[in-house]
Write a protein that binds this ligand. Sequence first.
Ligand SMILES: Cc1cc2nc3c(=O)[nH]c(=O)nc-3n(C[C@H](O)[C@H](O)[C@H](O)COP(=O)(O)OP(=O)(O)OC[C@H]3O[C@@H](n4cnc5c(N)ncnc54)[C@H](O)[C@@H]3O)c2cc1C
Length: 436
Amino acid sequence: MAGTEAAWQLAQRGISVRLFEMRPVRPTPAHVTDRLAELVCSNSMGSTLPDRALGILKNEMQSLGSFVIRTAFKHALPAGQALAVGRDEFAEEITTRIASHPQIELLRQEVTAIPDGPTILATGPLTSDALTLAVQSLTGRYLYFYDAMAPIVTYESIDRSIAFRRNRWDKAGSEGTDDGDYLNCPLNQDEYEAFVDALLAAPKLELSGADKELERYFEGCMPVEALAQRGRDALAFGPMRPVGLRDPSTGQRPFAVVQLRQDNVAGTLYNLVGFQTNVKWGAQAEVLRMIPGLQNAEFVRLGQMHRNTFINSPTLLKPTLQFKDRDELFLAGQITGTEGYVGSALGGLLAGINMARLLEDEPLLTLPRATMSGALFHYITHASPDDFQPMKSNMGLLPPLQERVRNKRQRYAAYADRARLELEQCLEQMEFSPVA
Ligand SMILES: Cc1cc2nc3c(=O)[nH]c(=O)nc-3n(C[C@H](O)[C@H](O)[C@H](O)COP(=O)(O)OP(=O)(O)OC[C@H]3O[C@@H](n4cnc5c(N)ncnc54)[C@H](O)[C@@H]3O)c2cc1C
């Protein structure tokens, strides 16, 4: 995500780029193709609403000329007010355009040491072991947490006499769908209790040694079994919450719901929303088939968990994404602690733009704190280094408004207006023009 965005930003400004990608020569534990910009788990890039954190962020990235976001919108799938992406088509287009760009040389090769000269390091949460060691010797240490992936099933194996198509609060579906974008598998209380029991009893892939001691998850990507351990109702208030949904066969709100979201353009695959898990595969399929509507589910991918590496950005990076001790080394993407696809691409966007400005002797961009992008970069470079953890864009990162606005919608709209205005002013002052 970050690497392709950065390469594009530089290449479109006439700067020659050598882009190293180790796949397929050396695979990662989560990627399954050799394409660039592969979405490793969910195919959602979050809200498109202009007054939600990810909506604001995507709008800002479009003003900055993001190649990744533009391409994602081109391959959008129906998903209510979220940007879901046809993962194959999206990655295919990014790969083809990067590989055929006259300013980019794409090398399928593992990098094992941090190169000299102008460099952007954007090797992500699954940075190879050799390079992780090199990062460690440069930065003193690296940090990590565990991230889990959600399963994907074939559409034809979902029992449509049970799973009903509907958006929460009966919101209209995206263009082309009249009855909603999500398939919902309803559970009554008995079914929910039995499911939680089975999930808690199922064998998990255990971590060992030092990994076990350091086992911790990113809150936003907590495996369902870890969530269930927090309390029997945790899932019913989390990924299985039924709010805003009525089962057409009973006319009632179900006790709990598992939502499925379209995963590819053809509509032949659906993923289980928020259902990342690390239960052992045989048991996992058995437990998931207890969900009404999924009793015959055919899994094309089961959930699994991976280590997710990042650096202590507050001690190491400037808000321009430059390494503090080496101006022509930038870091970008999840390795800096900006969590998620959009946050990762954002890092590549700023690093690419700033590297170009550095090479052209122009002042570097530091985005205003009142913008969502500026707030995120401010956070990763100013958070407390002792308990630093990756961060998703969210409204809480923005500085308070000068005047108190009680109504939440109005407050969010005011944040969004202020962000737009400040970005416009900043880009005008810096004489910034986005690339195509
Ligand atoms: C298991 C898992 C599930 C996730 N699920 C989600 C999700 O559902 N939604 C979400 O928004 N985010 C998710 N993330 C977080 C994050 O958004 C993605 O990992 C995102 O792809 C990160 O973007 P990036 O550009 O930083 O890294 P990547 O997209 O991973 O790109 C880094 C690239 O560098 C390559 N590379 C690594 N080491 C080397 C080397 N030494 N030499 C050459 N190439 C190398 C890799 O092969 C990879 O292609 C998940 C992360 C993990 C690990």
